[in-house]
Design a protein around this ligand. Structure first.
Ligand SMILES: O=c1ccn([C@H]2C[C@H](O)[C@@H](COP(=O)(O)O)O2)c(=O)[nH]1
Length: 190
């Protein structure tokens, strides 16, 4: 199985190919904001396919495409990590996921989903602010912005692994499969 850092490198190749093929001219900021909008839309599509919030339906079962929408969102998450130099924050501790599995999450999937969005906004829109030198948070995390990203990423993985009960293998394989499709789309002038 590939590592998450390898997936990030695979993502960067796809992004750069799209930028070249479509001759996209943009500032770093334009690129980042475009990616955040794309991620926000994919997260919503994922929620819509999963249907967990559709309490008004008699049997809101997850639809087939949840994993596909999940890995579409994963593409844009990786892209943001690449753009901001946050790839090293993509490693998560399996024990933290296990703890979440045991304790559950305040607000359930709605809570996690909305917190992902809030944390992403904090990560990208608040002024860069360093964490205190002797911060009790992770040693490698230097700013509040990076901490918010790490938190959004952890919750995104938690939705996949705990909420939807996908395995990491399933997620990584589905990502590679969709990445291939995205290249094929570019080959055929998407
Ligand atoms: O710069 C880009 C543009 C698109 N995609 C991928 C992510 C999703 O898998 C898919 C979304 O495209 P639509 O199906 O929404 O057109 O394309 C990227 O990875 N990078």
């Amino acid at each position: 199985m590939k590592t998450i850092e390898e997936l990030a490198a695979i993502q960067e190749k796809l992004d750069q190919r799209i930028i070249t093929d479509k001759n996209i001219q943009w500032t770093e900021k334009d690129r980042l904001l475009t990616t955040l909008v794309a991620l926000d839309v994919e997260l919503a599509e994922m929620a819509n396919e999963s249907q967990w919030f559709k309490v008004w339906k008699s049997d809101p079962q997850p639809k087939e495409k949840v994993l596909e929408e999940y890995v579409d969102a994963l593409h844009f998450f990786l892209s943001i990590a690449n753009q901001k130099g946050w790839v090293s924050y993509l490693r998560i501790h399996p024990e933290a996921i296990e703890d979440l599995e045991d304790e559950g999450f305040d607000g359930g999937l709605n809570g996690i989903y909305l917190e992902i969005k809030g944390s992403l906004i904090n990560a990208l829109f608040t002024k860069e602010k360093p964490l205190p030198e002797n911060s009790m948070f992770f040693k490698d995390v230097k700013t509040y912005n990076a901490l918010s990203f790490k938190s959004a990423w952890f919750l995104f993985m938690a939705i996949g692994l705990v909420g939807f009960k996908f395995t990491e293998d399933q997620i990584f394989e589905a990502y590679l499969e969709k990445n291939k499709v995205n290249h094929q789309r570019q080959d055929s002038g998407y």
